[in-house]
Design a protein around this ligand. Sequence first.
Ligand code: AMP
Length: 289
Amino acid sequence: MSLPELIRDPAAWQRRCTAARDGGTRIALVPTMGYLHQGHLSLMREARRRADEGGRPGLSLATIFVNPTQFGPTEDLARYPRDLQGDLAKCGAAGVDMVLAPDNPGAVYPKDFQTWVDFTEVSKGLCGDRRPGHFRGVATVVAKLFGLSRPHVALFGEKDWQQLRVLQRMAVDLDMGVEVVGMPIVREADGLAMSSRNAYLTPEERGRAVAISRALGDARRRAGEGERDAAALSRGIQAAVEAAGMRVDYVELVHPERLRPVEHAVPGTRALVAAFLGRTRLIDNLALP
Ligand code: AMP
């Protein structure tokens, strides 16, 4: 599989994408922060498939940009893992045609930049409360990537469930004309949700990290056996994650779209966890039966 074309300059990227779109080419986009794993690659393979849906070859695009505006002042922006050469090879194998990787944030946020995307409800609670400004940064950069890339469809992972809901809301509310599609969480063999941040874990921490997906799986089993009390299910998840030596940031059972906490779990109720393992913040979620 050949390497995708690498473009550094957002303006050059926009010219290419606009010409393709105006020429009737179907465009699929996968925005990422790089250090790619199988979760990212599942999105890219689906982008390839959806780009080609129109009966002639479309354009499958990926972006690699560690977006500074979605990191808090004490978060891991400076040490976020990077491997552009490795990422390009993986993109090529997943059928990506072109990769935008701006080489500095100033290319994306010029000096006079002053427009932000904000939300009234969907970004409240969960990660929105624990990471102030996070979704404002995510939504703003994705809005820019949509404007630069002119996609018909964009693929995001369910691993970042609240992010997916935020971006689906944005695309509808701001009439962006982009179909925002969620893709299932890709997991390691033992169940740990794949994440670029898993690279931070020591081997010993990596062993304990599986407690999060196990706890969620236990909650799913208990819900399937008839436990409907959201507080009881949350307590079970929290206890299991803490027993593995992690500091729980939140455990919540919420309505899958509105993201408001529920008292009684019903089919589709989403259980979400964020927890610190050492300095590493891990998130995971699943749907209850
Ligand atoms: P990131 O590079 O972490 O910003 O992630 C880029 C995209 O990949 C987002 O839409 C994520 O939700 C998605 N993603 C990350 N990890 C996974 C995973 N384990 N399974 C599926 N999608 C994922």
